[in-house]
Design a protein around this ligand. Structure first.
Ligand SMILES: [Zn+2]
Length: 404
């Protein structure tokens, strides 16, 4: 049944995330007519083990508060690699892990390996994951550490979020096979714990850990963003909300956008600015971070683009882009920035600072509405910022349900 086998592996159109807005997508390798590696002597089939491990890891991550989607949840379903990345993109996830088990024609090898596809997007996540695999799985087993490697895998290359493939152990190694086959499931549970820990460590390092159940009701529950809202106000929303909306919208330069959003949520409160307004203004000005000004120049908010035929200046990083926008907004909201202010080191990142100060813009904008006619000529500018802000921060991101 060669034809049937091929057809079942072709990408299906309309691949959908089983849990839209899941933060983590786990991909049990192989499936359907593709069993993956087999150890007949020990009765091990990679397809079945990867699903068992993925389910265990999903439960652990859900206990931590993450919403988790699996690309397949039965052994009859299988995809080629690229559709697995398509599913992860449809989820708008923050992390993608494809779970496999290694195999070799000789019995001896047994080491952990983590593979990445696109270095800028994946390599740091891969390093965190490999460290978790080794620290969880080596004790008492002599498991080797093969480090990281690149793999031109369709899932890793298609997934737009940080993505890795793990090969935690070799099912062809007799000692390891005995552990994997042990009915207690302890080894599979340990592999799942390693994967869950790698994901958790990585997302926490990016300030994307889920809100603790006790804090979930403490988020933004006030009225919607409105044009008459003050610029100088307590922080609303969160970096995960902003990044989740950006991923869902198809934002460009996600590597730099992570840094941009992180810096906005760190720095804007130091200037008294509501970071939610900063992010909403950027999303509006850059067309959800898809405009050439953002993609080619990392210009977060049309800074120094004074006409249709004027080239944008270029910022070196998303972090610098955030600093420039916050400096410019702080000038508008509070007036010239004192030399001992936390923003003072970043004033030089704003090419329009002197011109705006000299034009009397300092302290001219107390509310979002005051930016219309000064930052931008569009009379609908403030209501557009508020509309975008409500799209980003209105619906709370999906979190795993609380367990009683
Ligand atoms: Zn495999």
């Amino acid at each position: 049944m060669v034809l049937g086998g091929l057809v079942s592996l072709l990408p299906k159109s309309g691949l959908q995330c089983p849990l839209p807005r899941a933060w983590v997508v786990l991909d049990p390798g192989h499936g359907g007519e593709d069993p993956g590696a087999i150890n007949e002597a020990a009765g091990l089939v990679e397809r079945d083990l990867t699903l068992d491990i993925a389910r265990r890891a999903a439960t652990m991550l859900e206990d931590d508060g993450y919403a988790v989607a699996l690309t397949r949840n039965d052994n009859a379903t299988g995809y080629a690699n690229t559709p697995r990345g398509v599913i992860a993109n449809d989820c708008g996830a923050f992390a993608y892990v494809s779970i496999h088990l290694n195999s070799f024609g000789e019995p001896d090898p047994n080491y952990a390996l983590t593979l990445w596809g696109v270095e800028a997007k994946d390599a740091a996540f891969a390093a965190a994951m490999q460290a978790a695999l080794v620290s969880h799985l080596r004790p008492g087993t002599g498991l080797g550490d093969s480090g990281l490697d690149q793999l031109e895998n369709g899932g890793l290359l298609t997934a737009r979020m940080p993505a890795v493939m793990v090969e935690p152990v070799f099912l062809s190694n007799p000692d390891e096979a005995a552990r994997l086959a042990d009915p207690s499931g302890a080894r599979r549970q340990a592999i799942a714990a390693a994967v869950a820990d790698g994901v958790d460590v990585w997302l926490r390092s990016r300030h994307l850990a889920p809100i603790a159940p006790s804090d979930r009701r403490g988020g933004w529950r006030g009225p919607a963003m409105r044009p008459e809202d003050p610029l100088l106000a307590p922080a609303r929303g969160s970096a995960p909300q902003a990044l989740g909306a950006a991923l869902a919208a198809g934002a460009g330069r996600m590597d730099e956008l992570w840094a941009y959003v992180d810096e906005v949520y760190r720095l804007a409160p130091l200037a008294g600015l509501d970071p939610a307004v900063v992010v909403a203004q950027s999303a509006l000005e850059t067309g959800w971070w898809q405009s050439p000004a953002w993609v080619e120049h990392l210009n977060p908010a049309g800074i120094d683009i004074t006409g249709a035929d004027v080239d944008s200046p270029t910022w070196a990083s998303g972090t610098d882009a955030a600093r420039a926008q916050i400096v410019h907004l702080a000038l508008y909201a509070s007036g010239p920035i004192p030399l001992d202010h936390p923003l003072a080191p970043y004033v030089t990142l704003d090419p329009r600072y002197d011109a705006a100060r000299d034009a009397g813009r300092g302290g001219s904008a107390r509310h979002i509405a005051d930016l219309a006619g000064s930052w931008a000529t569009d009379p609908q500018y403030a209501s557009s910022i508020a509309r975008v802000g409500n799209v980003i921060f209105g619906p709370q991101p999906l979190l795993a349900p609380e367990r009683s």
